[in-house]
Write a new protein. Structure first.
Length: 177
């Protein structure tokens, strides 16, 4: 197995903007980042604020940093792959420093039906090995509590979570058709 050599150390005597550019390029080569994430990284690396601002402004001008596109990609990816609801997606984007208006714009691509199908997928996956017909009231209540809690942790609304869980628990096993 071949090892990757460590990244060369930054020359602290170099021009601060050059140092900032190097740091930002390294961060962006690993994946998209928000302006806030990059500014935090530059601050952590003791880059002067004026140099950081100049570099970040230039990268935004070149559209290498675009919080709106980041938010759109984040919502699409996390909703499709992790089946997260809008509350969790909103929280994650806020933690990454995305502006509220950009978050709300990105979340508009998720419809209520999309979120419901996402929740249904998670519940169906958890219930795949459960014989729903043989569940007594106590067992149904236990599964309901656990599944609703899971959906709420993933950002789905409690009302929608209860509705989806109830539908899935009461659904007839379609494999008999």
């Amino acid at each position: 197995m071949e090892t990757v050599p460590p990244a060369p150390e930054l020359d602290r005597d170099a021009d601060p903007e050059s140092v900032a550019r190097t740091i930002v390029l390294r961060q962006l080569s690993a994946g998209p980042r928000t302006r806030h994430q990059l500014a935090t990284k530059l601050k952590d690396r003791d880059v002067p604020e004026t140099a950081a601002t100049a570099v970040l402004d230039r990268f935004e001008e070149l559209r290498l940093i675009n919080d709106a596109e980041f938010a759109d990609l984040w919502v699409r990816s996390r909703a499709e792959n992790r089946h997260l609801g809008s509350a969790t997606l909103r929280r994650e984007l806020r933690e990454k420093g995305v502006a509220d208006h950009l978050i709300e714009s990105a979340l508009q691509q998720l419809s209520a039906d999309d979120e419901r199908e996402s929740a249904r997928h998670l519940v169906a996956r958890k219930l795949a090995r459960v014989d729903r017909a043989s569940l007594d009231r106590t067992e149904k209540d236990k599964h309901t509590r656990r599944l609703v809690a899971m959906l709420v942790r993933k950002g789905h609304s409690p009302g929608a979570a209860f509705a989806v869980v109830a539908e899935e628990l009461n659904r007839e096993d379609e494999s008999w058709d």
